[in-house]
Each structure stands twice: as C-alpha cells, then as structure tokens.
Ligand binder design. Structure first.
Ligand SMILES: [Zn+2]
Length: 380
C-alpha cells in the first residue's frame, strides 16, 4: 500500500497535468466536440500504459463518445472488474474563462474537476501503479467512462449494464461524501415534465373567458410537493417552471420539470404512478405528464457491504478510515446495483462543490485515493 501511495505521490505532477488538460477541454453533456476532445486526451494517455490491451470509443449521437479502456487481460483471468466514471460535466462552455484552473494551498479549483475529471486521470494512473509496483492483478480491468451521465445516461446505460454483467465488482469513481466517505446507498431518481393547457384571453377586457395555465400549474406544484415523504425517503420537487406569453394575457400554456427521489423500488413505483395521473383542478384545463423513473435505487445489500468492508480494510493500511454514506444523488452505480453486481460508489478524490462555482479537489488526497483504487484493482 505504501509503495502504491509513493507511486502516486511521485506522479502527482503528471496526474494533475492530465487533469488540467481535461478540465480546460470543456465537455458539458450534449457537446459532441467537447466530449470527443476529452476522450481523445484520455485515449492518448491510456495508449502509453503497457498493461492496456485496447481503447474503444463508442459514438453516442448528440452527446459525443463513451470510452472503454481494457487492461490486464490474459488467458489466466476470465474475471473482470469495472472502474466506472463519466467525462461530461454540468458546466456550460465558457465557464473555464470565468473560473479558470486555480490552485490555492491544498485546493485546486476548476469546473468539473471534482465531478469527476481528476478521477479519469487517477483511474489511468492506477493501472500504471499496479505495473510499477509489480502487482499481479487477479482480474482484467475495464475503465468505462460515459459521456451523458449528468443527463441520466440515456445512451450510456446499455453499455454500463452490459459491462457490469461481465464484472465481478464495479468501482464507481464519483466524488465521495464529506470526509471522503464511500457511498453505499443512493436514492433512485425519476424525471417528469408536466404540461398544462389553458385558454388565452385579454387580462383586462375579459379575463373570465381565459383559463390560466399558470394558476393551474401553481396549484399542481403545491399538490406535487405534498407527495414528499421524508420518513420514507421520498422527495418530489418542481424545479423548473415556464409559462405565459405577455403580462396582459391570461396564459394558455405552462410547463414544469419534476424531480423524484426514492429509497425503495416500491415507494418509487407508487409515487411515479401518482405523478403520472394528476388530475386538473380546473376541469377546463388539460394536463399531460410524461417521463418516469430513470434510475433505480442503489440499495445497501450484502454484496455492497462486503465490498465496502474490503475497501475499508485496505484503506486502514494507509491510516485512512474510509467511512460510508447514504445519499440522495444517483449515479451510473445505481444501474449496476440493480443488477445485483457488487458495487462501491464514491471512490473519487476528496473535494467539494460538485456542480457549483466553488468546485475543487484536495490535492493531498490523490496519493491515498489512487493507492486505494490500485489496491482494489489488484485484490478483487
Ligand atoms: Zn458525477
């Protein structure tokens, strides 16, 4: 473990150089050029590692490319483990100009650095570390990086699931919870759009002839929020609202986006049904709801617990107490968990501010995280 940590400490400069290049090549979800640029940088870095057997790029229309880096395949090991991550970010193009790469003591700031460009670089370095330290891995390794994770992985999901089915274990490099804790449970998610049709009328001359889609949507919003059940771990929130045309017109149209989170599949299905079947308050308004559950919950089952216990034991050899957390955010790890494949999430480098302006990593965590990841690769 100490040799692995020393390897990462000695290679910190190279890991950060690749991370910086990845951060500066902006890749918001749905930006095919940005995605291809980042994937090219990672593919090039991967091709310089001798244990790498192949680098595959998968085109995904309107998003860019997913990437699979396969390593350590040999006749003796038919088993494989997957390191799972993503190359897209939530930061629109141009963010790098407003908030450039910046070091302040132990912190490095940059859009998408924590979620999760640094971890793309750390994953590759973990392969190199295993070789450098002379570890004989027991399994082949596939690093799979999707390009649409931040939008719910519409294109990445089949790849993640196909690869997970071939894997003995999946290590997800999403950012850890505070204090560096691994994520052993995640809520499932649903996304919906509610569309309301009313009737336009002059707001001053004959408002009574109109049917306000905005009023109807406002009432629906209140009703949807009543579906929240903190005890059961269910949240329903209306987070984007659009409606109306002019200040002097009773609005004929309004729509909103609804976010659903839940901890059990049953509770999710029940709430999904309620959202999809809301009835209008005003019988003259029409309502259309579409969408649904898109990620199942990642439940803390026995295989998750065992994998966590194994990682925790390895971390203790680095004098690091790997805690665990249950969180509301979903990741591609949710798809893996639903297949019953052992999965451990939140193994990325520590930091804070995912999706926010103060997004940063803690540099001195790179050698510890890197060593832990490499040790997991070598022992699973
Ligand atoms: Zn992420």
């Amino acid at each position: 473990m100490l040799a692995l940590r020393q390897h990462f400490a000695a290679r910190q400069h190279e890991v950060l150089a690749l991370t910086c290049a990845l951060v500066e090549a902006e890749s918001p979800s749905g930006d095919p050029e940005g995605s291809a640029e980042v994937v090219s940088l990672i593919a090039k870095a991967a091709s310089g590692i001798s244990g790498v057997n192949s680098v595959e790029r998968f085109a995904n229309e309107n998003f860019g490319e997913h990437l699979a880096v396969r390593a350590f395949a040999n006749e003796g090991n038919s088993r494989s483990i997957m390191i799972l991550g993503h190359t897209d970010t939530v930061h629109p193009r141009g963010t790098i100009k407003e908030r450039p790469w910046r070091t302040a003591g132990n912190r490095i700031y940059g859009p998408g650095i924590f979620d999760m460009k640094v971890n793309c670089a750390v994953a590759l370095e973990a392969l190199r570390a295993c070789e450098a330290v002379g570890l004989q891995t027991r399994s082949a390794v596939t690093i799979l990086l999707t390009c649409d994770e931040e939008t719910g992985s519409p294109g990445g999901r089949p790849l993640v699931e196909a690869e997970a089915k071939k894997s003995r274990a999946v290590l997800v490099l999403e950012p850890p919870a505070s204090g560096g804790r691994a994520k052993t449970a995640r809520k499932g998610t649903g996304m919906f759009t509610i569309e309301v049709q009313g009737r336009a009328a002059h707001a001053g001359l004959d408002p009574e002839k109109g049917v306000s889609a905005v009023l109807e949507l406002a009432m629906q919003t209140v009703r949807l929020h009543e579906l929240n059940d903190p005890q059961a771990g269910t949240t329903v929130t209306v987070n984007v609202v659009h409606g109306g045309t002019h200040s002097n017109v009773i609005p004929a149209e309004a729509h909103a986006e609804i976010d659903l989170r839940f901890t059990s599949a049953d509770e999710g299905a029940k709430t999904e049904r309620r959202i999809l079947t809301v009835a209008p308050f005003n019988p003259e308004a029409t309502i259309n709801v579409h969408g649904g559950i898109n990620r199942p919950p990642l439940e803390r089952n026995q295989s998750v617990k065992s994998l966590y216990a194994h990682a925790r034991a390895l971390a203790s050899l680095l004098d690091f107490d790997l805690g665990e957390a249950s969180v509301g955010g979903a990741s591609d790890g949710n798809f893996v968990g639903a297949l019953g494949v052992p999965v451990l999430d939140g193994l990325g480098v520590q930091g804070d501010g995912a999706h926010a302006a103060h997004e940063h990593i803690l540099c001195d965590d790179i050698p510890t995280r890197g060593a832990l990841l490499a040790a997991l690769i070598a022992t699973l």
